[in-house]
Design a protein around this ligand. Structure first.
Ligand SMILES: Cc1ncc(COP(=O)(O)O)c(C=O)c1O
Length: 418
């Protein structure tokens, strides 16, 4: 009797991982858990742990992920790395950017992008944003100087940048384009996936990103030679694996992705198309909802419909006059209802103490006058969007139909108070 009971308990506990997987799969969605398991993440991690191949140098999980990711983006090569920032640094090194070269980026993208530029030995130059797309302006004016080599286009919060226009801008100044798609997995620009338009596209799987692996990054490219160079750069530049020579020709980093992370990201990617479809359906509904609100409009970047966007944060244009309310007041009212909002983009990077207090001078050693002038400039369009006309609604409020209904009803109630 006792033996039968113990055997029964053993059988039950053996089923617990299965039960837990089922619960995660079917209840995470209606309850709006975020980040949400989108495939069989727990089993995939267990498989890697049981295999004993935890590192990229011995495991196969990163190879599977690279081929699935390349297929999803529609490019021949994907190189798995440990963060999005590392993806940027390695890309700049592999593309031949060197100390003193300048790279232009929008002034209010994530500060990680500017720091990655600096950690690659280059100088970030900030551009004010377009009032239409909240991304790169349509002209660079005097921003591109003799040492400017690159232009980073960020698909902000999953809204697509117009990559055809960016390519023209780059061509007119002789700049290599890097596509920062860290926030934009699945977004589309000019008929292609975000990341597939420039010389390289980069992605992150860290926190707040479209899919998450507890950190991680990816570089995609159409260029086979570049992909090889990138693969050697992630092993401190060692060329044994990719060139058959034990030698190092570049200053490099450890950019390797863990096999455990690769397994999680693979499973996240499997469930992502369906997840994105559901999210876009909700956003189509939200766009319709906002059509009846005088003073609020969904921002899609250069996208023509919600089908072009990844909505890592939902960006809305405000007209304070029509709303008869300041952005700051609206944010406070929404916060009181439990609705988390932020700005449409990030703060201006030169407003951070590192730039304001001139600490950057410890690290940028060339072309100082140009950098100083750029960092002390005004960025009026950014300032207007940051202070008044751009707001971001946390993706968490779109994590389930239930949460989305609650968002609409609370937003409706706040707006009715005017
Ligand atoms: C636009 C953008 N680029 C790059 C990064 C850097 O990615 P990671 O945090 O994985 O280094 C981030 C995220 O922090 C980001 O939002």
């Amino acid at each position: 009797m006792k033996a039968a009971l113990i055997a029964g308990l053993r059988r039950f506990s053996a089923r617990v991982p299965f039960v837990s997987r089922v619960l995660q799969r079917y209840f995470a969605r209606p309850l709006g858990r975020y980040p949400r398991p989108l495939g069989s993440e727990i089993k995939a991690v267990a498989d890697v742990l049981h295999s004993g191949r935890w590192n990229m140098t011995s495991g196969q999980a990163h190879l599977r992920l690279e081929s699935e990711f390349a297929a999803y983006i529609g490019v021949p090569h994907a190189v798995a790395v440990n963060t999005g920032g590392m993806a940027l640094q390695m890309s700049m090194r592999a593309l031949g950017f060197r100390a003193g070269h300048e790279v232009v980026l929008q002034v209010d993208t994530c500060s990680a992008t500017a720091f990655a530029v600096m950690n690659a030995g280059c100088t970030p130059i900030f551009a004010d944003i377009s009032p239409e797309t909240f991304m790169l302006p349509r002209t660079l004016g005097a921003l591109a100087g003799p040492d400017t080599r690159g232009l980073i286009a960020t698909h902000m919060w999953g809204n697509p940048e117009n990559m055809a226009a960016v390519a023209n801008l780059g061509a007119s100044h002789g700049l290599t384009i890097i596509e920062d798609a860290c926030l934009a997995l699945g977004a589309r620009s000019n008929g292609r996936m975000a990341g597939a338009n420039g010389k390289v596209g980069i992605f992150s799987f860290g926190c707040i990103k479209p899919i998450q692996g507890g950190e991680g990054g990816m570089i995609v490219t159409h260029d086979e030679a570049l992909a090889r160079e990138l693969r050697s750069l992630r092993h401190w530049g060692d060329r044994t694996l990719d060139f058959g020579v034990r030698d190092t020709t570049q200053l490099a980093w450890n950019g390797r992705m863990s096999e455990i992370v690769a397994a999680v990201v693979s499973e996240q990617l499997k469930g992502y198309p369906r997840y994105l479809r559901d999210l876009r359906d909700m956003l189509a509904d939200f766009q319709h909802f906002l059509e009846n609100v005088d003073g609020m409009e969904l921002v899609l970047g250069s996208g023509t419909s919600v089908e072009d966007c990844a909505f890592t944060q939902v960006v809305v244009r405000l007209d304070e006059r029509k709303l008869k309310r300041k952005k700051a007041e609206l944010r406070e009212l929404l916060a009181a209802e439990g609705i988390g909002t932020w700005h449409a983009n990030f703060e201006a990077i030169p407003s951070l103490s590192f730039f304001k207090n001139e600490t950057w001078r410890d690290w940028i050693l060339l072309n100082l006058a140009r950098a100083a002038q750029n960092y002390r400039s005004d960025f009026p369009v950014h300032q207007e969007v940051y202070d008044h006309s751009g707001i971001g609604i946390a993706k968490m409020h779109f994590a389930s139909p239930w949460r989305f209904r609650s968002l609409k009803s609370k937003l409706g109630a706040v707006l009715a108070k005017r």
